[in-house]
Design a binder for this molecule. Structure first.
Ligand code: SF4
Length: 511
């Protein structure tokens, strides 16, 4: 196994504080039971006995301390894990809706596009020059949408005069906002256009540079129109341009958790909550058995760090749910961890001001004892501005900071809610310098107020917050000291067990 590359992959692992980190690309997030067992085996024999599902539906094996030999890597390639061309293994996972092909409302099944692009990358070594962050997404227009996820290039299915097309979105601007560039593509042109988009990008960047320019950085200097003109010149057919653009992309609403009918009559999928994306290897073995016994032998990882068990006949759904419970897995939409997101935090990343993962789990476990949500609330903990775990806005974002208190500093957060303008990356700032100790009572109050005051059960927390000025929200959630005991698991115990960590009282600096 090589090491030291800028982004971790199966053949390009990277050192982390807790050992080597190996990331396995799972194109489209679809994993079969054989692959699942092979990864669980690696986690058991080489890593920490668990894996993390990432926000691109990859799998990360962490705490690797013993070398994975060439024979094992070859076996992984043979069963379809890792690219046959290891030079392209570093490129970002190809994203699509986890319900592709089973979504009752989708316009087109995007799985063949994911497979075709993955094959194309493997067959064209020149694409190894792409930035590791070069990212592509196919959205089929179904209920479980991924078109709001931040990708360099997004193809989003739309219906025009009874025919299905893909609208092309590019990530532009310093913050990488998705922009509808006014091009409609018949599905059969998609791959050629994608290849042209990649090739024109490659022609403009220094592919030998250690830090390759990203596509959006190139667009910021070259200009989107010039870039697309060059793409057009390299194609043998005209791009179909439209005047009207649809820049409004609504955020995903975590509708995949729980039990849902598939487009195939009599079959259901179950969206399973993985607290902060973590799966123990024993759970992976159990899931592989369940997928084989009750489904079609596969399951799907989601960009929201959960998973779906699919193709379950109606008569087995309740059985599968109880077997999931025996594995310690939950599929309830009311589970507050279903939409909880945190980056590595200061246990895995030197840039982090706070222990985000421990804090996130501790907060969720506290809230579970105080209230029951009837729809997911997306809470995002980020250790710094980089926002690795979630690039889109969430209902509530917590940005880690050090908070000065009477006798030193403690870990705390800036709190943001809902949407903001383009300069407000995390939404609108509600409070500054809330200590971790103060979070439980504040969140309990915020979520209870939301449940009482929202317009209807379909209104998300973010939409609710957007209806009020910040001053009004502060009146709804008045500042208060917290004396609540918050349970916080140690890193090695996450996410199953809990211990209490002592936290200093007083010294609040909330504004
Ligand atoms: S968001 Fe910041 S602190 Fe968190 S993992 Fe990324 S770089 Fe590290």
């Amino acid at each position: 196994m090589l090491s030291g590359a800028t982004c971790p992959g199966l053949f390009y692992s990277t050192p982390a504080e807790d050992g080597i980190l190996s990331r396995i690309r799972i194109p489209g997030g679809i994993l079969n039971s054989l692959q699942c067992r092979a990864i669980a085996d690696i986690a058991d024999h080489h890593g920490g006995g668990y894996v993390d599902v990432t926000n691109r539906a990859n799998i990360q094996v962490r705490e690797i301390h013993t070398k994975i030999n060439a024979q094992v890597l070859k076996h992984l390639q043979d069963i379809g894990l890792g690219s046959t061309n290891t030079a392209v293994d570093h490129i970002r996972n190809i994203m699509t809706s986890p319900t592709a092909g089973i979504d009752p409302q989708e316009l087109i099944d995007t799985r063949p596009f994911v497979q075709a692009w993955d094959n194309y990358i493997a067959a064209h070594p020149v694409l190894s020059g792409l930035s590791a962050k070069f990212s592509v997404c196919f959205d089929g227009g179904g209920i479980v949408s991924v078109r709001d996820r931040l990708n360099d290039i997004t193809f989003a299915a739309v219906l025009v005069d009874g025919s299905v097309y893909f609208r092309l979105y590019l990530s532009v601007g310093t913050k990488g906002a998705l922009s509808d560039v006014g091009i409609l593509l018949p599905p059969e042109q998609c791959l050629q256009v994608l290849a042209a988009l990649a090739n024109v990008y490659l022609a403009h960047i220094d592919t030998t540079s250690k830090r390759k320019q990203r596509l959006r950085e190139l667009l910021n200097t070259l200009g989107c129109e010039n870039y697309l003109q060059e793409v057009q010149q390299s194609l043998r057919f005209p791009l179909f341009c439209i005047q009207e653009c649809q820049n409004q992309i609504t955020p995903a609403k975590y509708q995949h958790i729980g039990i849902h009918p598939q487009r195939q009559q009599g079959l259901f999928y179950i969206g399973v909550v993985l607290p902060l994306g973590r799966l123990e290897s024993a759970q992976m073995w159990g899931l592989a058995d369940l997928a084989e016994k009750y489904g079609n032998g596969t399951f799907r990882l989601t960009p929201w760090q959960n998973l779906l068990l699919t193709d379950i006949p109606q008569q087995w759904v309740v059985d599968v749910q109880s077997k999931l419970a025996l594995l310690g897995l939950d599929s309830s939409v009311t589970n507050i961890k279903s939409a909880l997101v945190a980056c590595s935090g200061n246990k895995g990343c030197a840039a982090s001001a706070t222990d985000t993962k421990r804090h996130a789990l501790a907060l969720a476990e506290y809230l579970e004892t105080r209230l029951t949500l009837d729809r997911p609330v997306n809470i995002h903990f980020s250790g710094c501005e980089k926002s690795c775990a979630q690039h889109t806005k969430s209902d509530i974002t917590l940005l880690g900071v050090n908070v000065e208190v009477d006798n030193g500093t403690v870990e705390g957060y800036h709190v943001y809610v809902g949407d903001g303008d383009n300069n407000q990356k995390f939404g609108r700032e509600l409070y500054q310098y809330v200590t971790f100790e103060e979070l439980p009572a504040l969140f309990e109050q915020m979520l209870k107020t939301y449940e009482i005051q929202r317009r209807n059960s379909d209104e998300s927390f973010g939409e609710f917050a957007n209806r009020y000025a910040i001053a009004q929200l502060k009146q709804l959630f008045p500042s208060q000291n917290s004396n609540s005991q918050i349970q916080c698991p140690t890193t090695s115990e996450m996410p199953m067990k809990s211990t209490v960590i002592p936290l200093p009282l007083s010294g609040q600096k909330r504004t």
